[in-house]
Design a protein around this ligand. Structure first.
Ligand code: SF4
Length: 232
């Protein structure tokens, strides 16, 4: 994000504040309105940056970039690993089979997608030599993590539901396995992080393992929703 551009936006907001309060509008109403406008402007700028990014080798075979999407004023963010084939084709995160399952689970919990914000650690699809999805190594995700850091900075959610190991390790590099660390709430710079299984993992399970993973994701989601409702 260019410093000059950020300065321009900040100066614009100061100017709007002066003009609106001079015209008699209550500063307590003006401030949150301008804060909202500023947040949307910053997020749009970030989206454009992601769409044109060629900053690392992961974009080598990627057909498109997939920025985050959703409500930028939400206390609840969901972070996945990276786009799969459907997400790459459609330009949106979590819209393939796993995203559809996630949407189903969210709906059962009373949450609509447009109420929250969804994104991935990596914005380009990562594939192997046969063109199949592959899990990026942590070192490969480092360059792209600047975008997720910026999304967290702009939205400042109360809680993040971290889907799968790549998302968990973005926040806590030393947490190596989901099975060991899920079921707890962690703190990341004042943001609650609730790790849970990626829906792609649930889609692959059968029998008892399927029932267990569904139960665990449901329980983690409920915890995350409670965190999102809480102030402080
Ligand atoms: S993976 Fe991220 S940093 Fe790398 S090219 Fe894609 S958008 Fe840019």
């Amino acid at each position: 994000m260019g410093e000059k551009w950020m300065k321009q936006v900040a100066e614009g907001m100061q100017d709007f504040y002066r003009r609106l309060t001079k015209d008699g509008y209550n500063p307590d109403d003006v401030k949150p309105a301008l804060y909202e406008v500023e947040r949307i402007v910053h997020m749009e700028q970030l989206r454009r940056q992601v769409l044109s990014c060629t900053d690392c080798s992961l974009c080598g075979h990627a057909k498109s970039r997939v920025p985050g999407t959703g409500n930028t004023g939400t206390p609840f963010m969901i972070v996945g690993e990276g786009p799969g084939e459907d997400e790459e084709n459609w330009g949106l995160p979590l819209v393939g089979i796993s995203g559809s399952l996630l949407t189903l689970i969210l709906t059962k919990a009373g949450i609509r997608r447009e109420q929250i914000y969804m994104t991935n650690v990596v914005k380009c699809r990562v594939t192997d030599e046969k063109g199949k999805n592959r899990t990026p190594a942590r070192e490969e995700t480092l360059e792209c993590s600047k975008y997720l850091l910026r999304e967290l900075e702009i939205i400042r959610p109360r809680v993040v539901l971290a889907l799968g190991k790549v998302a968990l390790q973005f926040f806590f590099p030393d947490m190596k396995t989901m099975s060991q660390f899920r079921g707890n709430v962690y703190d990341y710079n004042g943001i609650k992080v609730v790790p849970t299984w990626h829906p792609a993992y649930i889609v692959r399970q059968r029998g008892d393992a399927l029932a267990r993973s569904k139960r665990e994701v449901w329980s983690d989601l409920k915890v995350a929703i409670e965190c999102a409702k809480r102030n402080g």
